[in-house]
Design a binder for this molecule. Structure first.
Ligand SMILES: O=C([O-])CC(=O)C(=O)O
Ligand SMILES: [Mg+2]
Length: 221
């Protein structure tokens, strides 16, 4: 970790990105390098600003795995199968999980994203259906504005360009321009089985460019 000033530290370089932390190791912003010359705070362009309450992963999933081998063995820490594509500006995020189980219907998803996120991550089990989109640009913007840390979709999204411009972390199986049903069928806060892993409401999720981890408890490295 590199100290840039009394109050700002450079926490981690993710390809051409880095994360700035304050003196309490809390997320300040992520920055994108616009020069190929060696690292300098002046060579990074301010890219995003966090909303209060949103957690961003300042710890890498690989480091979490290396530091918590026993939890991997006993199943309290699990890695999702690598079936998700990365969308949105939030390349790394973490937070307590809220689950919702739906099938080709996104009314419950909208209901949840219109409530305060407080840095939580919405895990949507769409049954793996790729026949329509459960999240689009409007819902992603709601999620951002309501301070959700990220959205995992076991299903599809749409409005990909809008979502990629939004400061929110989104993972999904792919995209489909078709909208979903609006019948409000589904269940909130139930256990869901996604990407080979059983996930419970209230567990913790850590996502970055390497993958997605589910943990029974909040972790550090
Ligand atoms: O309306 C929907 O079903 C999803 C959508 O396009 C959006 O959130 O913008
Ligand atoms: Mg839309």
């Amino acid at each position: 970790m590199q100290v840039l000033s009394n109050s700002v530290k450079l926490a981690r370089v993710l390809g051409t990105r880095m994360i700035l932390l304050n003196s309490n190791n809390q997320f300040l912003s992520s920055l994108t390098q616009f020069s190929t010359s060696p690292l300098s705070s002046l060579q990074f362009q301010l890219r995003t600003k966090s909303s209060s309450g949103r957690h961003r992963a300042a710890i890498a999933t690989a480091d979490v795995c290396d530091s918590n081998a026993a939890l991997l063995v006993n199943g309290d820490l699990r890695a999702l199968d690598p079936i998700f594509k990365i969308y949105g500006q939030g390349l790394a995020f973490s937070g307590p999980i809220v689950t919702v189980k739906v099938f080709e219907d996104n009314v419950l998803v909208r209901q949840l994203l219109e409530t305060e996120g407080n840095g939580r991550v919405l895990v949507i089990d769409g049954g793996g259906s790729t026949r329509c989109a459960l999240v689009g640009g409007n819902l992603a913007q709601w999620a951002h504005d309501m301070a959700w840390a990220g959205i995992i979709v076991n299903g599809c999204i749409r409005d990909v360009d809008e979502i990629n411009a939004c400061d929110i972390g989104v993972r999904a199986l792919g995209s489909n321009p078709l909208k979903s049903n609006k019948k409000a069928v589904g269940e909130k806060h139930v256990p869901v089985q996604i990407a080979g892993t059983l996930i419970h409401d209230g567990e913790w999720l850590y996502a970055d460019s390497d993958g997605i981890l589910i943990s029974k408890t909040q972790l550090s490295v």
